[in-house]
Design a protein around this ligand. Structure first.
Ligand code: GTP
Ligand code: ZN
Length: 344
């Protein structure tokens, strides 16, 4: 790529600048990770795209698309602390967290103005965004096919009136999402199959999303330095579109769940018993709010389900970590034993 950008246009901010020593400032160049391979990183710098070696200690596994790092031109010397991180549990492997995208500013929680609309799913995505430190925005697609798109917006507002909500035709969103797509802004898309994520990704990137995957597999080796998962939007921002991004599940999102259901958590704090299960206990403030029509019983059920789901996934993680620690102790003990035997 020959086009030049400012660091700010790439998403650079004071939070990152503060992390650099004077020496690093003089000798190294900030760069943003656009694709993570096993032994190599594709990065974007103000001067264009580059391919770098991973940090001398460690692998690329600790890095995600969207991360900022410092480069000496050949190698990523060190990554910088991130502002937000979307991650998921790697399938079937207990403890491992797979990093999906870093430094995302806004998550477009995408659903359509039709039967796909599912409050429980949207609350799950909200909890996920909040636990990752990413601003959620509801994007309601297929507004052009709905007789009453406003009714769907009202349903979204009922889930959380603080979350911005836009109704669009994903094929031609116009300027509806411009507030979040401007220079230096980073967005990602989340939503179930068929809601229009691919359509919207293409519209937001001027078609770049459609060709990114093809370039990746180009057998003749063309376009190999294209910044594949960090896609430039004509509006000046960046869309992070990785395959894993679209299949995020909830885990370790306790804070996000609590924030998404802060109406219920505030009520629960005033129940008579600290361990109230909000079923038939005397002095239950949650049941009282339901009886007074201030809280929909379905919302309590959805909160309980999501809370259980997150606890289940997180506990499994914690158990796996404990197992890893025990394994670590065991191997350390074994090597000490070996050293001891060698010494006698
Ligand atoms: N009329 C209309 N059609 C839309 C809109 N958004 C998506 N579509 C159509 O819906 C179909 C599914 O859209 P996709 O963009 O493939 O959906 P997706 O979310 O990427 O689906 P997956 O790849 O399965 O995750 C396509 O035929 C789109 O053209 C919209 O806002 N209006
Ligand atoms: Zn209670």
């Amino acid at each position: 790529m020959t086009d030049t950008l400012t660091l700010a246009a790439l998403g650079w901010a004071a939070d990152f600048m503060r992390q650099l020593s004077l020496e690093e400032l003089a000798t190294l160049t900030p760069c943003r990770i656009a694709a993570v391979h096993r032994n190599r990183l594709d990065v974007r710098t103000p001067g264009g795209a580059q391919s770098l070696l991973p940090p001398a200690q460690g692998t690329t596994a600790a890095l995600a698309v969207g991360d900022w790092g410092l480069s000496d031109g050949t190698r990523l010397i060190r990554p910088l602390e991130r502002r937000s991180l979307l991650a998921r549990r790697a399938a079937g492997t207990g403890a491992a967290r797979q990093l999906i995208a870093a430094n995302v500013d806004t998550l477009f929680i995408t659903t359509s103005c039709n039967a796909d609309f599912n409050p429980a799913r949207l609350e799950r995505y909200l909890a996920l965004a909040r636990s990752a430190g990413v601003r959620p925005v509801f994007v309601l697609t297929k507004a052009d096919l709905s007789a009453e798109p406003e009714a769907w917006s009202a349903r979204a507002a009922a889930i959380d009136p603080r979350v911005a909500c836009c109704q669009i035709d994903a094929r031609a969103p116009g300027a509806a999402l411009a507030d979040w797509c401007g220079s230096g802004q980073t967005v990602a898309l989340l939503g179930s199959s068929g809601v229009g994520k691919t359509t919207l990704a293409n519209a937001l990137t001027g078609g770049a999303a459609a060709t990114a995957g093809i370039r990746e597999n180009d057998a003749k080796g063309r376009h190999t330095t294209t910044a594949r998962h960090l896609l430039a939007m004509p509006a000046g921002g960046w869309l992070i579109d990785t395959p894993g991004m679209r299949e995020l599940r909830l885990s370790d999102a306790g804070e996000g769940v609590a924030a998404t259901f802060d109406d219920i958590t505030a009520l629960a704090a005033t129940c008579r018993f600290a361990d109230c299960r909000h079923a038939h206990e005397p002095g239950c403030a949650v049941q009282a709010a339901i009886a007074e029509g201030q809280l929909a019983p379905e919302r309590l059920t959805r909160w309980q389900k999501l809370d259980r789901e997150d606890r289940y996934n997180s506990e499994t993680l914690a158990e796996a970590h404990a197992r890893d620690r025990a394994f670590g102790r065991m191997t350390r003990h074994a090597s000490r034993e070996k050293a001891r035997r060698r010494d006698v």
